[in-house]
Write a protein that binds this ligand. Structure first.
Ligand code: NAI
Length: 286
């Protein structure tokens, strides 16, 4: 057991947060999951019940293990109550810099001085958030992958302000969660995996927008020709087209480079509310 980290609070119970919380609870941490939207929190609670019951029926966990996991997993609507005992916060809220900075500034006043404040952001480096707090050495990127209960990679980014101790603790927590941590020695937009992913995605959207091939055929090509488990459009539907839109807009706003804007197809789908699997329609219908 990671001695210094026993209590973990996950903020944001959406696509990523609820599964990070369940993973941490299964690993034996005392976990609180919180969200400003009570409906999201209820969905997370329902998912946890169904998922953990499924673990028993599939023979992956014993009834005792599930009972212990449930006892260590709380859903809490009050942010202050959720974070007051936390050794580690994992933030998984909307991908907007100003919203994250406001939250971290509030957390800095609500949490004990020892608390590490990690962000699960896909693209925003923690140095852009750390200055909103008085504990920059403990503000860090800890990036999980979707779906967090299945994907076992965690990217930890050692920005210039982050202490070696913070990185070591997050490596230990990741390992205890059954994940493989990799450490980036410097901050870079998109970290390792999303830089690789963006290159494929950009070309897939380019091929689609130029009328070269259909969504289905591009996905087939990437799966059968490159051996990827999913095609780029299937993955966009899974991770959320709204997220791809916000990521593109954030990048464009900070770089001013037109090429960073989300592609016309992403903008169109975002505006139509076709955000992917979570709403039943994206590039595919669910
Ligand atoms: P989501 O939209 O599914 O969930 C976000 C949740 O945060 C919502 O339930 C919302 O009510 C809540 N929220 C928003 N502002 C809040 C606040 N101020 N306080 C408390 N709760 C708040 O988003 P998703 O996809 O889970 O992404 C969350 C973060 O994880 C983002 O930073 C994203 O870049 C990152 N991420 C997303 C991945 C994905 O595949 N969706 C993969 C890896 C990282």
């Amino acid at each position: 057991m990671t001695k210094e980290i026993r209590h973990i609070t996950v903020i944001g119970a959406g696509n990523m947060g609820h599964q990070i919380a369940i993973s941490a609870a299964i690993a034996g941490f005392q976990v609180i999951c919180t969200d400003q939207n009570p409906d999201a929190l209820q969905r997370a609670r329902d998912f946890a019940d169904t998922y953990l019951a499924g673990r028993i029926s599939k023979g992956r966990m014993s009834e005792q293990e599930v009972t212990k996991t449930k006892a260590g997993l709380r859903f809490e609507t009050s942010l202050a109550a959720a974070v007051q005992q936390a050794d580690l916060i994992i933030e998984a809220i909307i991908e907007k810099l100003e919203v994250k900075r406001a939250l971290f500034s509030e957390l800095d006043t609500l949490c004990p001085p020892r608390t590490i404040l990690a962000t699960n952001s896909s693209y925003i480096v923690s140095s852009q958030i750390a200055s909103a707090t008085n504990r920059p050495d403990k503000v860090v990127n800890m990036h999980f992958f979707n779906p967090a209960l299945v994907m076992n990679l965690v990217e930890i980014v050692k920005g210039p302000h982050v202490s070696a101790e913070t990185v070591e603790l997050l490596e230990a927590v990741s390992i205890q969660m059954g994940k493989t941590p990799i450490v980036l020695q410097k901050e870079i937009y998109g970290f390792v995996v999303n830089r690789m992913l963006q290159a494929t995605r950009k070309e897939a959207l380019n091929l689609l927008d130029s009328g070269v091939a259909s969504v289905e055929d591009i996905d087939q090509a990437v799966m059968k020709g490159l051996g990827y488990p999913m095609g780029p459009f299937q993955l966009l539907d899974l991770t959320g087209i709204d997220l791809a839109y916000h990521v593109g807009m954030e990048k464009y706003q900070s770089s001013g480079n037109e090429a960073d804007k989300p592609s016309p197809t992403i903008v169109e789908k975002f505006e139509k509310g076709e955000w992917g699997k979570k709403v039943g329609k994206g590039f595919y219908i669910y």
